[in-house]
Design a protein around this ligand. Structure first.
Ligand code: WTA
Length: 674
């Protein structure tokens, strides 16, 4: 259960003042997809759910749906019931007639001497068909699950779309996560296959990725789950580029096996609208990640609609979302949203600052990128290492997005002035893995921008802020509360895979007044973020209310990191806190106490850091491990993370009167401040 406080994880509410507005340029407004303010009337609360017909109509349906929403099993809403469609057909086939030779994916490898691949819709269609034929030949069928653990290569969306073509449910695990993390997700989803790759480039190194596939296979077996096969794509087709040996009889080199499927075509399977398209695992309050299940019809409608209206993607745009497809942002706004609209979507393999901080701007210049989408962490780091770089290149963005974490006004202004060259609009989009697509953001041609605020809600989303007692926190009150969405929308996850009770408890239980009600008005969705609404109606997101921390826009569960630390035998207790960081916004700091008989040492600190990297992946590595004599605890024995967080941020413990052992605070304070 989320705990009852409403913390300001980032301290934004106290530190940030109200900012001045920026207006979208007449040039932007003149060309925008959405300039008619009546959209907000069309999507008013009283027009929910019917208003979302407008989004569903952006798709091609094999069979049109008969019921907009089925609420008979609350809160497991079913959208567009009776409809049938195929996601891959919508993202590829239907664009062939008018745009066969149009680029679907511009692929930029990290090494600059590797040519950019411009993959047309026709070529994407061929490659997706051939790989789907291969999967089908292996016996994969609609409803089966497949775990994909791949880096940023075109074969990743090809794999996803091949699954979608067959109705197979894909579960993509971020490539930077460990093999063990992939194994847990493969086990949880009962995936038949693991699809991986031999290697990829990151920050100048060709990393061995295949070794993670071996770990994933073995770890899944330890969990009692036997994967039927491990499919390995080659980073360089025709050449196996990994020092890790192939396992005879288990590993399938995809590029070799594909030879037999040249020219093969597979009919897109017509799927019910409410069948699952994919699972995306995300962190929550327990150590067990949640497999958020997204539907075909609802999800695809929602990401197509928001890509059109909020991203303002148009046929001639070159759209670059510099995120990883292994996160929800990449699913919704690199793959499914843009391709559903027939757009040209850029994918970049490597590190944004490799080999130098001018790299993203060279890519933008070379490809003529018009829409750019990234995280505040990337903006902070590009600003820090190359504040004057954007001015050296001739790119011109019309539109820029930030996503995943709050952006400080100062950083926002650099993004606006220097990257956007004062021409581009910025949308600060607040949403979540669970929500499929954007919840709050300015609508770019209709709203003025305010640095540091996500903005009002997007069309069809009706937020409400409740305090812990269920009272509405009014707009302009200066108070924060738990932000909820009053109404269902088609992008909302259908459930947590295999844990329907957890879905109800985590997102709905707190503010549902009548659990037997089949009226969606009784089931507000609780996002798990603290937020406040200014007098102008703009929302400012203050941070998580649960045990989740947001490192560089990546969501990590404190419990997951703590469990990883506890795999080290010397560790008795572990507590993670979110500490402020200049570049990443927030980073984990780990406090541990040891089992009796062990001594603190730098080697032990390193061992604990490594354990976290092995269990979860390098992004979860704590900035520092503090080995303390004891944890500050309440009388009931609960670790007081608040005290640790304050100590790590500014060295003051705050109120310690409820502690059972206040004396440890002073000891920790001295240690942290050394
Ligand atoms: C946070 C990423 C402030 C928030 C799309 C949310 C944000 C969590 C913003 C979801 C934003 C996302 N401003 N905070 N614009 N966008 N967040 O599931 O705490 O990886 O609950 O989805 O990121 O992270 P997730």
């Amino acid at each position: 259960m989320a705990d009852k406080r409403t913390p300001d994880q980032t301290g934004l509410d106290v530190l940030w003042r109200e900012e001045d507005y920026f207006h979208p340029s007449a040039k932007f407004v003149g060309q925008a997809n959405l300039t008619d303010p009546s959209i907000f009337d069309r999507f008013a609360l009283e027009n929910i759910p019917e208003a979302f017909r407008e989004y569903a109509d952006l798709l091609s349906w094999d069979k049109y749906w008969t019921q907009t929403i089925d609420t008979s099993d609350p809160p497991f809403w079913k959208w567009f019931v009776g409809g049938r469609l195929n996601a891959a057909y919508n993202c590829i086939d239907r664009h062939l007639e008018s745009g066969r030779n149009k680029t679907a994916i511009h692929y930029v490898a990290e090494p600059e001497d590797e040519a950019v691949q411009h993959i047309t819709y026709q070529e994407l269609w061929v490659r997706v068909n051939e790989f789907a034929a291969l999967l089908k030949d292996m016996g994969l069928k609609a409803g089966d699950r497949v775990t994909i653990h791949m880096p940023m290569v075109p074969e990743l969306p090809i794999t996803m779309l091949a699954c979608a073509r067959l109705g197979v449910i894909h579960s993509v695990v971020f490539g930077g996560f460990s093999g063990k993390a992939a194994a847990e997700r493969a086990e949880d989803s009962q995936s038949r296959l693991l699809i991986s790759m031999d290697s990829y480039w990151r920050a100048g190194k060709l990393l061995d990725h295949k070794e993670k596939a071996d770990i994933a296979y073995d770890e899944a077996a330890k969990l009692g789950h036997e994967l039927e096969a491990v499919l390995i794509w080659q980073r360089y087709p025709g050449k196996y580029s990994s020092p890790t040996a192939l396992v005879e009889g288990r590993d399938v080199v995809v590029n070799e096996r594909l030879e037999a499927f040249k020219g093969k075509r597979v009919k897109a399977v017509s799927m019910p609208a409410e069948a699952p398209l994919f699972l995306m695992y995300t962190s929550g309050t327990t150590g067990r990640p949640k497999g958020m299940q997204h539907s075909i019809g609802g999800y695809l409608s929602y990401v197509a609609g928001t890509s059109k209206f909020i991203q303002d993607i148009q046929p001639e745009d070159v759209y670059w979302c510099m995120a990883d497809i292994g996160w929800i942002t990449g699913h919704s706004y690199i793959v499914y949203g843009p391709l559903a609209l027939g757009a040209a979507s850029v994918m970049y393999e490597g590190a944004p600052t490799f080999p130098d901080p001018g790299r993203p701007w060279r890519i933008a210049q070379e490809l003529g990128v018009t829409i750019f989408h990234t995280s505040p962490t990337a903006v902070r780091s590009l600003r820090k290492v190359g504040p004057d770089e954007p001015a050296k290149y001739t790119f011109h963005f019309k539109h820029m997005t930030t996503v995943g974490e709050p952006i400080e006004p100062e950083v926002w202004r650099w993004y606006y002035d220097t990257v956007g060259k004062k021409e581009a609009v910025i949308v600060d989009t607040w949403w979540q893995t669970e929500t499929g697509g954007f919840l709050c953001s300015t609508t770019p041609a209709l709203h003025k921008m305010k640095p540091g605020s996500a903005g009002p809600a997007v069309p069809g989303i009706h937020p409400i802020i409740y305090d812990d007692d269920g009272n509405v926190v009014p707009m302009g009150s200066g108070r924060a509360g738990n932000i909820c969405i009053q109404n269902p929308w088609p992008g909302l996850a259908q459930t947590i895979w295999g844990q329907p009770e957890r879905f109800v408890e985590t997102y709905f239980a707190r503010y549902c007044k009548d659990r037997s009600s089949t009226d969606w008005r009784d089931w507000p969705y609780m996002a798990g973020d603290a937020a406040m609404q200014s007098a102008d109606g703009y929302y400012r997101i203050l941070g998580r209310i649960d045990d989740v921390i947001n490192v560089a826009g990546h969501r990590l569960g404190t419990k997951e990191i703590e469990s990883a630390a506890l795999t080290v035998k010397e560790v008795a207790e572990a507590a993670v806190v979110a500490a402020k960081d200049e570049i990443k916004g927030v980073v984990p700091e780990l406090f541990v106490s040891l089992q009796p008989g062990y001594e603190a040492s730098p080697a032990l600190q390193e061992k604990i850091i490594q354990a976290v990297a092995t269990e979860l992946g390098p992004i979860a590595k704590p900035r520092h491990v503090w080995i303390v004599s004891d944890m500050p605890k309440t009388r009931s024995g609960k670790i007081m993370r608040r005290v640790l967080r304050s100590l790590s941020d500014h060295g003051e413990a705050g109120d310690v009167t409820t502690l059972a052992n206040p004396e440890v605070v002073e000891a920790i304070r001295t240690q942290v401040q050394e």
